[in-house]
Design a protein around this ligand. Structure first.
Ligand code: SF4
Ligand code: SF4
Length: 163
């Protein structure tokens, strides 16, 4: 199953992904419209030791947020692997248990509604908006093994160059 994978070395902190995320979740589906609608981004790009680090939900295999959610609003779709508190039968009541449980800090409080806000991997889109928008390919939507294979090849090339 494909996952959102981050190549931190490629990120230059341009924030294009955050704008694309907001646009994809707006009514207008445009960046300008999203700003007017005050749609928040579901990705954070955090500064760490002079580097920009994109951070969003990992859609974990065994999600702590799902275990913590007392209403059952937060669920993992077994078919797509997407973890979301939107579109499910039970509704989010804004108790923030999921925020306390997520080890990545990937869930935030919606700025205007009393619900938890997180990446829904752009449900319904083939490729998540952040992946499509990133000019540096820092966020990829790939099979985990593919990502690991590419990383292994680079590491092997670096090792061979040292010998
Ligand atoms: S669009 Fe890509 S390069 Fe820009 S901040 Fe997001 S991840 Fe980093
Ligand atoms: S919100 Fe956190 S705990 Fe839940 S699936 Fe995403 S990364 Fe995992």
């Amino acid at each position: 199953m494909k996952q959102l994978m981050i190549d931190v070395r490629r990120c230059n902190g341009c924030l294009t992904c955050t704008l694309a995320c907001a646009a994809a979740h707006s009514l207008s589906k445009t960046i300008v419209g999203a700003m007017a609608e005050k749609v928040p981004s579901r990705i954070q790009v955090l500064p760490v030791k002079g580097k920009a680090v994109p951070l969003m939900c990992r859609h974990c295999e065994e999600p702590a947020c799902v275990d913590a959610c007392m209403t059952g609003a937060m669920r993992k779709d077994p078919a797509t692997g997407i973890v979301t508190n939107e579109g499910n039968e039970q509704t989010c009541v804004g108790c923030w248990m999921c925020i306390m449980a997520c080890p990545y800090g990937a869930i935030t409080q919606h700025p205007t509604k009393k619900v938890a806000l997180k990446c829904d991997r752009c449900q319904g889109r083939e490729i998540p908006a952040c992946v499509e928008a990133c000019p540096n390919n820092a966020i990829q939507f790939v099979e985990v093994d593919t990502f690991a294979g590419e990383r292994a090849k680079k590491a092997a090339a670096a090792l061979s160059a040292e010998t």
